[in-house]
Write a protein that binds this ligand. Structure first.
Ligand code: FES
Length: 106
C-alpha cells in the first residue's frame, strides 16, 4: 500500500496510507491530520482544505475546476501549486505525494 505525506506548517509530517479513490481531504480527516478543517465536507465551497502540493507532484494531481479556482482565488496563503485537498482523488499513482499545509486555513 502506498502513502501520502502531509507536512504541517511547523515541519511536522504525517504519513498516511492510501485509500484508493478517496479524496486527499478524506485521507487527512480520517487520519486526524491537524490543519485540514474541511468545513463543507468536500464540496469545494469552504476553502478550508487548502494544501500546497510539492512542485514535482503538481501536474499529477488533476485539473482545477471552476469552483475550486474560485475558492483558491480567495485563499490568503495561495501558492503556485495550491490545491483544495477535497478535489484531489488519491490513487496508487500518487504513492509518495507530499503536500504542505498553510499556517492558517480560510
Ligand atoms: S472541504 Fe471545503 S473546500 Fe474542500
Amino acid at each position: 500500500m502506498g502513502q501520502v505525506t502531509f507536512v504541517e506548517h511547523d515541519g511536522t509530517d504525517h504519513e498516511v496510507g492510501i485509500e484508493e479513490g478517496a479524496s486527499l481531504m478524506r485521507h487527512a480527516v480520517d487520519n486526524l491530520v491537524p490543519g485540514i478543517d474541511a468545513d463543507c465536507g468536500g464540496d469545494a465551497s469552504c476553502g478550508t482544505c487548502h494544501v500546497i502540493v510539492d512542485q514535482g507532484w503538481y501536474d499529477r494531481t488533476g485539473s482545477i475546476g471552476d469552483d475550486e479556482q474560485l475558492m483558491l482565488d480567495m485563499t490568503p496563503e495561495r501558492a503556485d501549486t495550491s490545491r483544495l485537498a477535497c478535489q484531489i482523488e488519491v490513487t496508487e499513482e500518487l504513492d509518495g505525494l507530499q503536500v504542505t499545509l498553510p499556517e492558517f486555513q480560510m
